[in-house]
Design a protein around this ligand. Sequence first.
Ligand SMILES: Nc1ncnc2c1ncn2[C@@H]1O[C@H](COP(=O)(O)OP(=O)(O)OP(=O)(O)O)[C@@H](O)[C@H]1O
Ligand SMILES: [Mg+2]
Length: 255
Amino acid sequence: MTSIIQCHDVGLHFANEQKPVLANINVQVQAGEFVSIIGKSGSGKTTLLKMIGGLLQPSTGDIHVLGRRISEPIEECTYVFQKPVLLEWRTVLENVLVPIEVKRRLKQADKEQAKAIIQTVGLAGHEDKYPHELSGGMMSRVTLARALLTQPKILLMDEPFAALDAMTKDQLQLELMQLSSQFSTTIVFITHDITEAVYLSDRVLLLGGQPAEVAHEYTIPFSKLRPKELKFNPSFTGIVKEIYETIETVGASSR
Ligand SMILES: Nc1ncnc2c1ncn2[C@@H]1O[C@H](COP(=O)(O)OP(=O)(O)OP(=O)(O)O)[C@@H](O)[C@H]1O
Ligand SMILES: [Mg+2]
């Protein structure tokens, strides 16, 4: 298998801080893999994801994505921020089309494709609505549709479903699982929800310590497309419990 993301001895020390946030991060993500990053608040999850996305530079070590050393964001990699970032004066359809519009003139085929993906994320009939007319869950769906429209090779997602109610979250998890499998997208996903991490991922990385390192790594032994009911399976809940207990024992800075 090919490593699509390679973090080699990565560390980060913010200039105004006494201690580094992250140290000795050695992570490899394979093409098509779904990897979640979990850890206590302030452990450095967002910082690591931003470095992979080229939004922050490591203080030590290096990061290669698709074989290239990363020093800025690259086209093949889409970053989904925790808070839905939508343009208030644009409709759902127009918001979804933004990434294409910044690159080139829109074609009719782009609009058709955007409408199809809007339908896939469950927003059919809402194409002409403005962000202020949408619920939080609908806004998250728009950001998901926008991220998927360009069919990025890599999706970096920072707690994309954190603000959602349990049922909407369940539904979007299922859709993300199906879409990522359909497009063979490689995903690095941050969450505080251990059940979500285990349900979606091939591998879960737990950050812990000061500075934080990858304290534990869990390989999740279920096939790619998982039914919702898996969450009640004893072998599934056993892994969730194990991670839950371990997370309590690894130290991390708290904000
Ligand atoms: N630009 C910055 N300058 C200085 N310190 C920062 C900066 N960004 C983050 N930090 C610090 O780095 C640490 C890790 O932050 P980060 O946002 O990566 O944590 P996190 O694991 O994503 O937390 P959360 O789960 O709350 O989102 C925190 O102590 C934070 O205060
Ligand atoms: Mg964060």
